[in-house]
Design a protein around this ligand. Structure first.
Ligand code: ATP
Length: 294
């Protein structure tokens, strides 16, 4: 067995995000079309037999202990295969912006699970790996599976959808981040005016109709009463003015993405957004990473 392994931790975007119900346990039921994109953190794992799991990231403010989802994922995997005496160092080169709604921490956790399962010779089936990943966080099962999927429940119930038709994403994150619990609290204080047409969106995916998909891009969190949504609207406006077929905030923000046809010249809008805001990158779609065996 190798004692070192590397894995890409791909970010996600929410093509649509709906909150369908506030549950009595305080959680929310969601309905989301999720997409894996080519922006990634680089994760390297070195086994060391120390009995301790530690992470080191390229960003000093991201914790390296059990607060890091990658560490929690490793511990969960070791306990599932009864290898509790094993230890490891996890090195994470962060490229996915933190607090952006792009699932950076969940992506790192998912990459650790896929990598460890490969390293140990696949003791867990794709389904078992995905099921266990739900203990680490609600977005981790999607990040383990990857591709295009409809996520429901807290985000952990997945149905793989047809791949997005070929397209280009321009992703921009303003300098502020948004706390997920904070935005859920704000969402609970309002009555949602609109919901995304999720059924129409999945149908458009089946027909591979990019224009119709983009007409249905929608995130209910953009409706909350929060001044930061003005910046989100500003970025969306810039993307749409420069030819995006659709644009929305991803997750609970603060990153915003626009969808462009594959041949579009996005150099000007990228330069403009990069100049005005902290982060702007272009990305493509990534397909399924951990295909269920049936
Ligand atoms: P989500 O869309 O799942 O809410 P996000 O993209 O908004 O996620 P993350 O980048 O995952 O947010 O980071 C949110 C918080 O999680 C940060 O405060 C960070 O300290 C913590 N965190 C834990 N593990 C990691 C990790 N591996 N990488 C980045 N942040 C992590």
């Amino acid at each position: 067995m190798p004692d070192r392994i590397e894995e890409k931790a791909y970010a996600k975007l929410n093509i649509s995000l709906d909150v369908t119900e506030r549950r009595s346990d305080g959680y929310h039921d969601m309905l989301m079309v999720m997409q894996t994109v080519s922006l990634y953190d680089e994760v390297s794992i070195m086994l060391n037999g120390s009995g301790r799991v530690r992470a080191r990231t390229s960003l000093a403010f991201v914790p390296g202990d059990e607060r890091n989802l990658a560490v929690r994922a490793a511990l969960r995997f070791l306990s599932a295969i009864d290898a509790g005496e094993q230890g490891m160092d996890i090195q994470i080169d962060k490229r996915i912006p933190v607090g952006a709604g792009m699932g950076g921490g969940s992506a790192d956790a998912a990459a650790v699970l896929r990598a460890l399962n490969r390293m140990y010779g696949s003791p867990l089936s794709p389904e078992e790996l995905e099921a266990l990943s739900g203990d680490v966080g609600s977005d981790v099962p999607f990040c383990v599976r990857g591709g295009t999927a409809l996520a429901s429940g807290r985000g952990e119930k997945l149905e793989t959808l047809p791949d997005m038709p070929e397209c280009r994403f321009i992703i921009c994150k303003p300098s502020f981040s948004i706390s997920t619990p904070d935005l859920f609290k704000k969402l609970d204080q309002i009555r949602l005016r609109c919901h995304p047409d999720t059924a129409g969106l999945t149908e458009a995916l089946r027909r591979q109709d990019l224009a119709q998909i983009c007409r249905r891009i929608y995130n209910v969190f953009e409706d909350v009463d929060d001044r930061r949504m003005n910046t989100v609207a500003e970025i969306k406006g810039i993307l749409l003015d420069h030819g995006a077929l659709g644009a929305a905030m991803t997750g609970t923000g603060s990153a915003v993405f626009g969808v462009f046809t594959p041949g579009s010249d996005t150099a000007q809008v990228q330069a403009l957004l990069k100049n005005e805001y902290a982060f702007c990158e272009s990305a493509g779609c990534i397909g399924v990473l951990n295909a269920p065996s049936v």
